[in-house]
Design a protein around this ligand. Structure first.
Ligand code: NAP
Length: 283
């Protein structure tokens, strides 16, 4: 069986169109959505991301500003910058670009982003709302995974979901969001991998989501016939970008699969824009 592709770009375009309309509505009511990205020091990967953010915002009518700080910025100075942005009523959304220079405590600093302007859903308050089953501004990649799954029309109730990877911004929130839909959710991590138990868990998955960052970690032959496969991983192999799942053999067994690139990544950017609008509406 050849899997259907979950078309990340098409899903992203639909969300961007919705966001564009919502921005028009907001402006009609006198609310101007404005996203500020704070970047500390220089980083090639982050610079690419910042440019992409600026372009995406421009397309849907969201104001965007990059606030650059020198690499030697102290924790207190960075926190003061965030507090000033929290207090600025013209700013409706804030992003703290990662990575931060070494020595800065990322989680502590993220906790100073006002929860109502935290469009990446990284403040502990927003993480906590997910635990309570009332997600507000949730991490964009987790929301993107949920959108990709929604595209397939799958019902989560009682389904065997296996989430490989338990990072704070992807694996854990995805697991909690699906648990809340009454999926039977298993979370695998390095301990699972090192004990050699990944194949057994993956074979059980009716819905498999992988966010690790290791090309080819998930063998196609492990994928259950008819499973839905969401590959969050982004890995550079030579001049190619690939996911964590062996795409060809997995797509022979799965019913739906996300391509990499052009899958979850495209939707993630769109979910950031959706969060910016949501934050502006709620301010
Ligand atoms: P991360 O913070 O490095 O987390 C990776 C996770 O994988 C950790 O939970 C780690 O467990 C687990 N892991 C490592 N080796 C494993 C193994 N052999 N078996 C099972 N689990 C293993 O990464 P992340 O931020 O979640 O990102 C994961 C991947 O998704 C990366 O490729 C990243 O580029 C990509 N990504 C894509 C998007 C998108 O929009 N498409 C967004 C964000 C990230 P331990 O912590 O216990 O070691």
């Amino acid at each position: 069986m050849a899997a259907n592709l979950i078309p990340g770009k098409e899903i992203a375009t639909r969300i961007q169109e919705e966001v564009k309309q919502e921005v028009v509505e907001l402006k009609r009511k006198g609310v101007i959505p404005k996203l500020v990205a704070v970047q500390v020091g220089e980083n090639a990967a982050s610079a690419v991301y910042v440019k992409a953010q600026a372009r995406s915002c421009e397309k849907v009518g969201i104001n965007y500003r990059l606030h650059q700080l020198p690499a030697e910025t102290s924790e207190n100075e960075l926190i003061s910058t965030l507090q000033a942005l929290n207090a600025d009523s013209t700013v409706t959304g804030i992003i703290l670009q990662l990575p931060l220079p070494q020595g800065l405590d990322v989680r502590k600093i993220q906790s100073f982003i006002s929860p109502v302007k935290d469009v990446e859903g990284v403040n502990p308050t927003n993480m906590g709302w997910i635990v309570y089953g009332r997600p507000g501004l949730a991490p964009c990649t987790a929301l993107a995974v949920r959108e990709c799954l929604a595209y397939t029309g799958v019902k989560f109730y009682g389904k065997e979901v296996v989430m490989v990877g338990h990072s704070d911004i992807v694996g854990k929130p995805v697991a909690l969001l699906l648990l809340d839909q009454f999926a039977t959710t298993t979370v695998c991590h390095i301990g699972t991998g090192e004990r050699g138990l990944l194949p057994d868990h993956v074979r059980r998955a009716e819905i498999l989501i992988v966010a690790v960052g290791k090309a080819g970690l998930i063998k196609g032959e492990w994928v259950q016939e008819g499973a839905i496969v969401i590959d969050v991983g982004i890995n550079r192999v030579g001049d190619k970008i690939v996911g964590d799942v062996e795409f060809e053999p997995a797509s022979q067994r799965a019913s739906w699969i996300t391509p990499v690139p052009g899958g979850v990544g495209s939707v993630t950017t769109a979910m950031l824009l959706a969060n910016v609008v949501k934050a502006a509406e709620n301010l």
